[in-house]
Design a protein around this ligand. Structure first.
Ligand code: PLP
Length: 417
C-alpha cells in the first residue's frame, strides 16, 4: 500500500490513548476539596501528597510547589546557588533546566550528553568543572536514569551539589534507589504532559533538613514551619500548590505503577520488533533501571538505511500515517536566542558572567541528537498491542517505500514542466 503522504491510506486514523488520564477517583477528589471550602495550599491533601511522595522516594522530605520550573529554582537556591556561581547542565533538555539557574543568578555551563541515553555525560561534566562551579543539574531524559553513581562520586570529589531534574522520571529507580533521591535535591513536574499531572504542579524531594526547611519557607512567604502567620524570617514568595492540584495528584500517583507496567510491556514488544527496522534505533536497555516510566521513547534516525531520506521528510511520512512522532528539540539549548548577545542576558544582570562563549559553543553529541533523534510520547504506549502494531506498521511502510519519498520530493522540486 502506498505511503499516506503520497496519497495512500494511512495506517491509523484513531488517536492513541488520551492524556491526561482520569476516572471517578480524580472527579471525587476534586469535589471533596470543593465542598470543604479549603481550596488553597493548606488543604490536608497537600501534606498527604508530600508524605506519599517522600515515602515513595524513601526520603524524609517532599515539598510541593506550583510547577517544575519553580521546583528547580527553589532547589538551586536551597543548594546555595547564587550570583557568580557556575552550574553544569546538559543542553539537550527543556529550557527550564537552564533558565532556573539564571533565575537564581547563576551561570549555566553546558556540557555534552552521552549518545546512548541522551543524558549528561559524567566525563563531560567533570571537564566543565572550574573553581566557580557550585552544582550540577542532572536531567533524566525521557525517564532514563542518568549515571548517578558517577555524578555522586564527582560531586564528592569536587565539593559540588547535585540537583536532579526528574521532570520525566516519576517512579524510576536506578541501582536500587529512586531517581530524585540520589542527589542533594530532586525536582519533579506535574505539568499536563507529564506522567502524573494536575495541569501544573511541582515537587522537591530531599534528605537534608536545611534544604527542606529552606524550600518550604521560600515557597511560603519566608515563614517558619512552626512560626507565626505574619512572622517572616527570610525573603520568600508564594509558590504554593492548591488543594485541588494535590487531590488530583494523589489519585494520579496511585495510577502510575499500573501505567508504568503497561508501558513497560508495550515497550518490550516494540523493542523486540524494532530489530527488523534498522532505520530507527532505540536506546539500549539499562539493566540497572527499574520502573523506567518511558515518558519519551527516543529513536535515532539513520538515513543510510532509509534510502537517504532526510529525517524530517520521514517524520512527515510517519505523521501522515497517523503516528505522532515528534522531532524533538530543534537545537541545543545554547542556540536559543536567549543565549545570544543581542538578548542582553549577560549584560543586564550583574550576577551572571559569561562562563561559556554560548555563541560559539558546539557540543557534538547534543548537536547530533538534535539532528537525528525523534521521539514518541508515553501515551502512544499506554494502550494495547494493537496500538504498538500500528506504529510498527507505519515504520515498516516507511522502510519498504523510503525511496518513493525521494522520487516524489525531486519531482516536486523540479516542478511542472
Ligand atoms: C517539564 C519540564 C520542566 C518544567 O516543568 P514545568 O512544570 O512545566 O514548569 C523542567 N525540566 C524538564 C526536563 C521538563 O521536561
Amino acid at each position: 500500500m502506498k505511503l499516506a503522504l503520497l496519497g495512500g491510506t494511512p495506517v491509523r486514523s484513531r488517536p492513541f490513548s488520551p492524556w491526561p488520564d482520569y476516572d471517578a477517583e480524580e472527579e471525587s477528589a476534586l469535589l471533596g476539596v470543593l465542598h470543604c471550602r479549603q481550596w488553597g495550599g493548606y488543604h490536608p491533601a497537600v501534606k498527604e501528597l508530600e508524605r506519599a511522595f517522600a515515602e515513595m522516594h524513601e526520603v524524609p522530605y517532599a515539598v510541593s510547589c506550583v510547577n517544575g520550573t519553580v521546583a528547580l529554582e527553589v532547589a538551586l537556591r536551597a543548594a546555595g546557588v547564587g550570583p557568580g556561581d557556575e552550574v553544569i547542565v546538559p543542553p539537550f533538555t527543556f529550557v527550564a533546566s537552564a533558565t532556573s539557574i539564571l533565575l537564581c543568578q547563576g551561570s549555566p555551563v553546558f556540557a555534552d550528553i552521552e549518545p546512548a541515553t541522551l543524558n549528561l555525560s559524567p566525563r563531560a561534566a567533570e571537564a566543565a568543572v572550574t573553581p566557580r562551579t557550585r552544582a550540577i543539574v542532572v536531567v533524566h531524559f525521557g525517564g532514563a536514569p542518568a549515571k548517578m553513581d558517577a555524578f555522586r562520586e564527582l560531586a564528592q570529589r569536587r565539593n559540588l551539589k547535585i540537583i536532579e531534574d526528574a521532570a520525566h522520571a516519576h517512579g524510576a529507580r536506578w541501582k536500587g534507589k529512586s531517581v530524585g533521591a540520589w542527589g542533594d535535591v530532586g525536582t519533579f513536574s506535574f505539568q499536563s504532559f507529564k506522567l502524573i499531572t494536575a495541569g501544573e504542579g511541582g515537587m522537591i524531594v530531599t534528605r537534608s533538613d536545611e534544604i527542606a526547611d529552606f524550600a518550604w519557607s521560600y515557597c511560603n512567604q519566608g515563614r517558619r514551619r512552626d512560626g507565626g502567620w505574619f512572622e517572616h524570617v527570610r525573603l520568600g514568595t508564594n509558590y504554593r500548590m492548591t488543594g485541588f492540584q494535590a487531590a488530583v495528584l494523589q489519585a494520579q500517583l496511585r495510577k502510575l505503577p499500573h501505567q508504568t507496567q503497561i508501558r513497560t510491556a508495550n515497550l518490550a514488544y516494540f523493542r523486540e520488533r524494532m530489530r527488523e527496522f534498522p532505520g530507527l534505533t532505540l536506546s539500549p536497555e539499562d539493566p540497572s533501571a527499574v520502573n523506567h516510566p518511558h515518558y519519551l521513547v527516543p529513536l535515532r534516525y539513520h538515513a543510510e538505511h532509509l534510502a537517504g531520506v532526510p529525517r524530517d521528510r520521514a517524520l512527515e511520512a510517519l505523521g501522515a500515517e497517523g503516528i505522532p512522532v515528534k522531532p524533538g528539540y530543534p537545537y541545543p539549548l545554547y542556540r536559543n536566542p536567549l543565549f545570544r548577545r543581542e538578548s542582553g542576558l549577560l549584560t543586564r544582570h550583574p550576577g551572571w558572567h559569561a562562563a561559556q562563549d554560548y555563541e560559539n559553543l558546539n557540543l557534538p553529541e547534543a548537536e547530533r541528537a538534535c539532528r537525528d533523534a525523534l521521539w514518541l510520547n508515553h501515551e502512544v504506549f499506554l494502550g494495547d498491542e494493537r496500538d504498538v502494531d500500528d506504529v510498527l506498521r507505519a515504520i515498516e511502510k516507511l522502510h519498504r517505500q523510503a525511496s518513493s519519498l525521494l522520487t516524489a520530493a525531486s519531482a516536486a522540486t523540479r516542478g511542472p514542466k
